[in-house]
Ligand binder design. Sequence first.
Ligand code: GLU
Length: 924
Amino acid sequence: MLDTLVSEMEPKANSCRRYVASLSDKVCRLRKTPTKYSPGLFQTRRGIFYTDSEELKAALSVSAKLYNFEISIKEIARNGTILELNRHVCELAEESVIGIIDGTGGQSTEFIQALCDILELPHVTIKHNDIKENSYILNLHPSSMAYDMVMKKLVARKEWEEFTILYLKGYSLIRTNSLLQLNTHNDRYVVTLRELNGNDYRDVLISAKESGYVNFVVDCPQENVPIILQHAQEVGLLADEHSYIFVSPDLFTLDLERYRYGGVNMTGLRLADFEENEDLWNFAFNFNKEFVYAHEADQLTSEILLIHDAVLIFSKATEKMKYGLKRPEGLSCENGTSWNHGSSLLNFMKTNKVEGFTRTLTFNGHGDRHNVIFDVLELTPAGNITIGTWNNNNLTISRPILAGSDIVEETIMKNRTFKVLIATSAPYGYVKESSDQLEGNDRYEGFTIDLIEKLSEILGFSYEFEVELEYGTKDPQTQKWNGMIYQLMEDKADFAICDFTITSLRQSAIDFSTPFMSLGIGILYKTPSKQPPEMFSFMAVFSKEVWYYMVLVQLGLGVIMIFVGRISHKEWQNPVPCIEQPEELTNQFSFANSVWLIIGSVMQQGSEIAPIALAPRMITSVWWFFTMVIVASYVGTLVAFLTVEKNVLPFETLEELYKQKSISYGAKSKGSTLGFFQHSPNPILAGMYKKMVDNHWLVATNDIGVAKCENETYAFFMESTSLEYYKERHCDLLQVGDSFDSKSYGIGMKKGSPYKKYIDYGLRKLKESGEIQKLKNIWWKEKRGGGKCGIKRDEEQKQLGLKNMLGAFVVLGVGCLIGLFISIIDMLWGVFKRTVKYNTTFKFELIEELKFALKFSGDTKPVKRHQKAQGSSDSLAEAEAKDEIKSLRSIKSGRSTDTNRTHHSHSSKHSGLSMAFAKRREYS
Ligand code: GLU
């Protein structure tokens, strides 16, 4: 990541300083401009370039060209050092720059600032920072205070009393400080915090969802916003009950198309004013020429625009001060020289009011922006709309949010009768079953029938229903719409309410209200018959990786045990204790013995191998602990695996279904689900569409699709809301996999309908009061056969993965490390003793010891060693033999409990472990 972007600027001939809207004209003028200080118009860029800051560099190049400045760009990696920064700033000072534009932020900015203070060079930053001293800095990014005030007002405006602040680990919450205070100062508010960490935010978001949070303030850097949105969508946190405020001023530079129809309410800020701003559109044009990735003007981030504004304020200031400004000469960090015109230039920049792309640039004495103006934007199914402005510390929302009483008073819908189209599609609309002859609206019931009634109570209108079974498709030949859409377009009806999916194509013909329900497409399929447990189901208790790691750990531990055993002094024992001066000592930790010890404990059988020294004992203990946890977990879960019968689905994903030869599949013809397949660029979905159409697998209604599902080998693509409804009543059906796609239902009305805002208001009210959810529960779970299947328990037993067993592995690893450490100390102590005894060097003894230990072969060790210097050999060998005898005596006298069971060592001279053990008992 490019972290520092520093520029040198030098004003050029006045004739060319102004930006000319005509591009060709401008280019031509630029060519005529004489270059004063460098061979080309621009100096060559230097340093390493990181792709993700190319944007800022391109913005600087374009802006500098626009205002005739020379630039010099210095770069530093994110993990660059202060020394590098120091070098860059000092080099720039020596190059006689008149100011520094800093694209780094954070600590780097603080450091650059400290140097600029000394050099008295104007320092302009474009990133959010909180340098408070009255120094040589101009902070173009709105201050934290400005954000804080807007956030407080927005939350108040949304009437949130409970909300969650999502923030990124390592970033301060300074821009939402007042929101945090709400919690402590007022009992009315419940503010929770959720920290996003690492690259996967799904766990945090799922837990927020499970806690029932619906309102969120997202205070994260812009670069993290796309992934937060993606993960929120994946965990179902972008539905119509959810509402977000984003602190970043760049939310709406992202492509939010795929979140538009999910029903979520997203509010964000925007610094720039794109309305009729020809200069900005021209800048975007030039920027795209410089920068490889093309941006629409409204996709330019605030940082890019602030780079432009930074260059602009330098340009304006130097233009006005042209006679009084002397170029800095001979500035140097080493000599401590400073530019005595620096403070005048900075003061002029602070006080000079300039109209930039991010609106009027005025500053307070601290160099922070004064009176920042933000547009407040909202994402709606119709796209992004500006709903208000923050100006003069005031929030003005231009979209009317009328109070309940006002709306009933004011509504133009009051006392009017509307024609409402409905569909008899369960559970949205049914024809009532009654022995009486019903008339008018009484003939129908269902979710949407109740919904329109609730709306009419709020808005005071009457209605009459008309059934229309076709929702509306566009004839590709005639380009004419049919069904409900046609009726609405032709004023034959006022509203259409059913499971009417909002799609962009339909939106080109009619308007939709704010969504009242969100959904995705799911696959309905027959519950497969249960399969008996498999032959090797006992293996399924642990995931494959746990099994692999267990084998690996056992082999690794075997090697560690041998090594530790060999370097541990006490593990070398006299094989025949009755011989006081043994020729050799033996070690029980051969490969076979180590593996036997390890396997014996896994199988809970133990073994006759018992470690003597501290380090092998320590490692053996953690291994026993590890096996205890593993075996307990295994046994605890095994029963369920041996007894539970599993549903084995013939397919689990779309791709698998596509590849199946024996299963046919389909969707409702003329519905948006089929449209999803039809217009998908994905080859699998397109292939499925072709198959469904060619094989006539499509059905006219959901009911037919469900019946086919039950009676044939048929999978039915259905909207998740309807799928939920049918699953409640047809216990032999289930949804395969998760829902894909994300969209919502809305009430259809004629394009530009004057009633839309009232209907939206009514729906919002019903959503906030939980009425819609209540209606859903009634029609999905209670009426018309709801609750028949009861709660299906997820019987599938969860396999124990590495995540579950990680703790045991960690304890084992740490224990082994401690054991290794102790054994190394033990070895070094032994080496040291021998160094003294044999009068050799420590290095020599250590190498000898390690060579022997690392040979990993031979479980005997001579007591009398060959001496390096023959002269002293006898006396030394004797001394060592005495030592050994001493220790053996102590064993016999029973002083050391360590050795009571020790002499069953495995010796090459004796035929195996048990023999040695027997001998040991005999001798002792
Ligand atoms: N809700 C769909 C529509 O508006 C109909 C059902 C479907 O296509 O699955 O067209």
